[in-house]
Structure formats: structure tokens, C-alpha cells
Write a protein that binds this ligand. Structure first.
Ligand code: 3HC
Length: 318
């Protein structure tokens, strides 16, 4: 048989079959590949939400840059907040490869039509909160994000590799702040305990609703966007954190926390899902302030964007 005949008779490959074959083979879907509309929509929703979380998450910590107790701590906190801005930018770029613009994502966020993580709607009341955010909030974020390095969409998974490296440093610097304070005065130890009491439950809520209530988990796992369910990640985080709390010498505010020999995991108490949904729907302690600050910064920065674009246009015309 000659090659010509073989080429002419080769059957057309169905794009849906090719998409599934790429997923099954643990390879990556890239921006120009065919993908189902719902896969694209799910990725835009999740990646934009993730990017918005990184950017809004700069506010609670930015609140403490000018009040950090030493120059050393101030420099570390500034670098951390700057890292979060960088994470937001990689993620907005990844979302843009799916056909949405950055301006559209901003408009949807400012109009309350895009979500961001519930955790950033709580106030930061003391310096100990900088330690607790690093330990628990970045700790929860990294527990969730390690699996996203293996997400089936190439630009998202590649952005997550660098983000995870930086989040891991963030978690350690938070633990270090708390460890230092626990070795200090009685007042410092009380500040740490008060902070852990306030952030523990909201950190567990970061993983999203229980699997039985989760709208997207099953489909996202079958597309290999998510690799582990909300409940399994939450359990993994609790098992790791309880051991770390012993090293710190703090008490986690859950009387039902107990090692279950049979399950090989810690049992824990019931999460207040009414509080979670109230925060997700815009009624948490800081939701309004966070969005007002974000929209104002966007409006006030309009002249910078205009100047940068005008400069870029001039450069390319030369
Ligand atoms: N805050 C706000 N909304 C939440 C939420 C949370 N903690 N958890 C779930 N939701 C929303 C979902 O977006 C969904 O609403 P939608 O349909 O309007 O989008 C609804 O609740 C049902 O939840 P599902 O479990 O069905 O949703 P997902 O399958 O998308 O799972 C998720 C939720 C685990 C958060 C997943 O989207 C995810 O892994 N996202 C990427 C990671 C991310 O966004 N992390 C933000 C953490 S903060 C951070 O990274 C900053 C760092 O510096 C600390």
C-alpha cells in the first residue's frame, strides 16, 4: 500500500474524543486545543476566582505593613504581599488564554458577579493575625493548590508550580511569627490564641462546601481540573495542622477534635455553613470594604493603564 492511499483513507478524529484522550493520557489541554464549552467556563470561573482571591487577599495583610514590629518583619511582609500580587497576575494571564479579558474579569468582580475566597472577608485585628494567616490561610491554600499543579489545563497547572513554591515559604514565615510570639510574654501568647480562635473555622471553610453539597467537584474531577475533593483536602489540612498546633502550644477551638484510630484521621466538629454562605453571598464582616477598596484602586489606576498602553502603542509603531 502506498502512503498516498493511507493518508486519503485516514478517518477524521472527533475533537471530543481527542480532548478526552489527552485528559486520559495525563497530558495537557493547551489554549488552541478544542475543548467543551463547559470545560472552558469552569476554568474561567475557577481561575478568575483564584486570581481575585490573591488580589483581594493583599488587603488584610497590607493593613499591617506600616505596623510590623521590626524592619525585618516589615520587609518580609511586603515581599509576601507583593508575591500575592504576582500570583494574581499569573492567574489573570492564564484565564485570558481562555478568551476572557482582564477588564471583563475586573468588571465582574466589582459588580459582585465573580466570587473570591470567603477567608478574605474577615478583619485582621492584631499582629498575631499575620502569623495565623501565614500558618492557617496559606497552609490551607497550599493544601488545595498542590493538586492544581497537575490540573489538566496547561497554563493553569504551570502557573501553579511557581505559586506553590511561594505559598510554602509564606506558610513557614507565618509559623515563625507565631513560634516567636509563643516564646514571648503572656500577652503575646494570648494574642496568638485569640487569633487562632478567630481564624480556625474560616480556614476550614476555604475548602468549600461538603462534597455532598459541592456543585462542581464531580465534573471538575472527571476533567482532572480538581484532583482531590473538598472534604478530602479539608481532612488532610486538619490532620497536618493539629500536629503543628502541638509544636506551637496553641489550642484549636474545637472540643470535638479527636484522633480516630479506625479512620486514621482526626474527627472534628460541625462547620457553621450558615456563616460560610453568608460570607460567600457578600454579607461577611469585611465584604463591602474589600470590594470598595478594590474598585477605588481600579478607578484611580485608570490613568496608569492608559499611559502604559499609550507608551506600548508608541513603541510598537516605531
Ligand atoms: N469562598 C468563596 N466561594 C466558595 C468557596 C470559598 N472558600 N468555596 C466554594 N465556593 C463557591 C464555589 O465557587 C461555588 O460557587 P460558583 O458556582 O458560583 O462558582 C460554590 O461555592 C460551590 O462550591 P464547589 O465546591 O462546587 O466549587 P469548586 O469545585 O470550584 O471548589 C474551590 C471550590 C475548592 C475553592 C475551587 O474553586 C478551587 O480549588 N479553587 C482554586 C483555589 C482558590 O481559589 N483558592 C483561593 C484561596 S486563597 C489564595 O490562594 C490566596 C493565598 O495567598 C492565601
Amino acid at each position: 500500500m502506498d502512503t498516498m492511499t493511507t493518508t486519503e483513507t485516514r478517518p477524521e478524529v472527533d475533537p471530543g474524543d481527542l480532548f478526552q484522550a489527552i485528559i486520559d493520557a495525563e497530558q495537557k489541554i493547551e489554549p488552541r486545543d478544542w475543548m467543551p464549552d463547559d470545560y472552558r467556563k469552569t476554568l474561567i470561573r475557577q481561575i478568575a476566582q483564584h486570581a481575585h482571591s490573591e488580589i483581594i487577599g493583599m488587603q488584610p495583610e497590607g493593613n499591617w505593613i506600616s505596623r510590623a514590629p521590626t524592619l525585618h518583619r516589615k520587609a518580609i511582609l511586603m515581599a509576601k504581599v507583593q508575591d500575592e500580587a504576582g500570583h494574581g497576575l499569573y492567574l489573570y494571564s492564564a484565564a485570558e488564554t481562555l478568551g476572557i479579558t482582564r477588564d471583563e474579569m475586573m468588571e465582574l468582580l466589582h459588580a459582585g458577579k465573580h466570587k473570591y475566597s470567603s477567608i478574605f472577608n474577615y478583619p485582621t485585628l492584631s499582629w498575631a493575625d499575620m502569623g495565623t494567616i501565614g500558618w492557617l490561610v496559606d497552609g490551607a491554600a497550599i493544601t488545595n493548590q498542590v493538586m492544581l499543579q497537575r490540573a489538566s489545563y496547561g497554563p493553569y497547572s504551570r502557573a501553579m508550580v511557581r505559586i506553590c513554591k511561594e505559598e510554602s515559604f509564606h506558610q513557614r514565615q507565618g509559623f515563625d511569627i507565631l513560634l516567636t510570639m509563643m516564646g514571648g510574654s503572656e500577652t503575646q501568647r494570648e494574642m496568638v490564641q485569640d487569633s487562632v480562635d478567630r481564624w480556625w473555622w474560616p480556614s476550614l471553610m476555604m475548602f468549600g462546601p461538603n462534597d455532598s453539597e459541592s456543585t462542581h467537584t464531580e465534573q471538575s474531577m472527571s476533567w482532572k481540573i480538581k484532583r482531590v475533593s473538598n472534604d478530602d483536602l479539608r481532612q488532610q489540612f486538619i490532620d497536618m495542622t493539629v500536629e503543628q498546633s502541638k509544636v506551637l502550644g496553641v489550642t484549636l477551638p474545637d472540643p470535638d477534635l479527636q484522633w480516630n484510630e479506625k479512620r486514621g484521621h482526626y474527627d472534628f466538629g460541625e462547620i457553621d455553613w450558615d456563616e460560610f454562605w453568608a460570607v460567600v453571598e457578600g454579607n461577611g464582616p469585611m465584604n463591602r470594604e474589600r470590594i470598595e477598596n478594590k474598585s477605588r484602586a481600579w478607578d484611580e489606576g485608570a490613568w496608569v493603564r492608559k499611559a502604559v498602553l499609550a507608551h506600548a502603542a508608541k513603541e510598537s509603531s516605531q
